[in-house]
Design a protein around this ligand. Structure first.
Ligand code: FE2
Length: 238
């Protein structure tokens, strides 16, 4: 008599997240992937984890300001490499905008993602500008849906402010790298607090280079994250 043992096929870790929404994978446009090789390493990793789509979000602010042409050229080159290497992932581009007065001048030409014209925005890490609400209001008035990048990383973001952002209806995006302690304990605790509260709309890596792959892989196993997988909006972007 023959006995067949069922081989256990591991389920890729990000199969329930499916869409990666915050990263700097486009080669040579900001402080992210420096070369095509680095970008491809990151793409292979996401494919291995079970992602089906990656939204690249290069920085757009007065200090790092790649032109539309630079972003498009980098995107086209990476897309053709993805096809050549047969990586089963669809790549699109949006951006990560700094909330600064100059952001208003970019309206209505912001790079968005998803059905609700989501715009990924970040704040200064050390000081909350007094006019942050005004700029969010301007974005909403222009029918964008601002998504706040890594609320857990801001030095001044205490629990009261995290609650304020959530109650104001601002979708919050936490970084996987925060859960892996890449930015210190304060960010770990704030990210865990947001997960516990159920206030996280999107999960992203914010990966800049392949050296961060082990940390992102580790974060994908975080217990609290696994518990909350069904509450993230990432799959709505497929
Ligand atoms: Fe970022």
């Amino acid at each position: 008599m023959w006995f067949f043992s069922k081989k256990t096929i591991p389920i890729p870790l990000a199969v329930e997240i499916v869409v990666e929404v915050h990263n700097h994978v486009l080669p040579g446009v900001d402080d992210g992937a420096a070369t095509m090789q680095e970008a491809l390493q990151m793409m292979f990793f996401w494919a291995e984890m079970g992602y089906q789509k990656v939204v690249a979000t290069p920085h757009q602010n007065t200090y790092m300001n790649p032109t539309t042409e630079q972003i498009e050229t980098s995107y086209q080159k990476l897309t053709s490499q993805i096809q050549e290497q047969e990586i089963p992932i669809f790549l699109t581009t949006a951006a990560e905008y700094l909330i600064e007065p100059e952001l208003k001048d970019r309206i209505p030409h912001l790079r968005t993602f998803g059905p609700k014209r989501y715009v990924l925005v970040e704040l200064d890490f050390w000081h909350l500008p007094v006019w942050w609400e005004r700029i969010l209001f301007d974005l909403q008035a222009a029918e964008y849906t601002p998504v706040l990048a890594h609320p857990e990383r801001y030095e001044y973001a205490d629990r009261e402010l995290l609650r304020k952002w959530y109650e104001r209806g601002l979708p919050l995006q936490i970084n996987l790298l925060s859960l892996a302690n890449a930015y210190g304990k304060k960010a770990v605790h704030a990210a865990e607090y947001l997960l516990e509260k159920g206030w996280v709309s999107f999960v992203g890596s914010d990966m800049h280079r392949p050296a961060q792959i082990p940390a992102v892989r580790e974060a994908l196993q975080h217990k609290l994250l696994r518990k909350r997988l069904s509450s993230f909006l990432n799959p709505t972007l497929l």
